[in-house]
Design a protein around this ligand. Sequence first.
Ligand code: 5RP
Length: 256
Amino acid sequence: ERSALDAPPSTPPPPMILTQEDLKRIAAYKAVDFVESGMVLGLGTGSTARHAVARIGELLRQGKLSDIVGIPTSKKTEEQALSLGIPLSDLDAHPVIDLSIDGADEVDPGLNLVKGRGGSLLREKMIEGASKKFVVIVDESKMVKHIGGSRLALPVEVVPFCWRFTAEKLREVMEGYGGCEARLRLGGGGERGEEAFVTDNGNYIVDMYLEKDMGDLNEVSDAILRLPGVVEHGMFLGMASTVIVAGELGVKIKNK
Ligand code: 5RP
């Protein structure tokens, strides 16, 4: 019978293969290094932000952090934070947030983001926009040359009232910016998940599948926001102060 002791002493250890989940956790833990006792914290939503919230809960439990107030960006994050005993509040009570930590779907070299594939873009934009520092945590798969160019969707939160009308207006507006297919996001229920996905604010999401690079992002943003029926879109332009990118070869920190 062979044992580990039989291996020749010069055998190198097997290379460590990090999963995408490991990378998300590494980025999240690095961001939590920025958290100090007494801070008001914006708590993001999604599978990456979840690791940050868990870590904050752990540090509170261990007594390594104290007097934290969390402002959750979704009902899901609120539930997680409450289960960890993180004290919570809202933007009405804390209109200025010290630090927000959240994931993103895409990050471009200018640190512009696409967010909202998890459906929480409105609360995220309100809370992260009110933050003195907004730290974004991603694994390297989220880094792109142009946001919206990866053929994944750019989400837009719309009021349910005549959403087809709003989706058609979005499609028309986007004709001027490379074109898109606008589809209602499903998954809100029904036997086959065929009902509309409903956001925490009672709205729908129209996902815009872009045909090419949009060009001037601020111009596109303004054009989308001018449409009645649109509540908010998932482009977060110039909002991130720091992006922490975890990759196979280590962690990179990009500052604005
Ligand atoms: C939710 C978001 C998420 O932060 C974004 O979708 C990234 O999620 P994940 O960390 O699960 O990839 O914007 O609205």
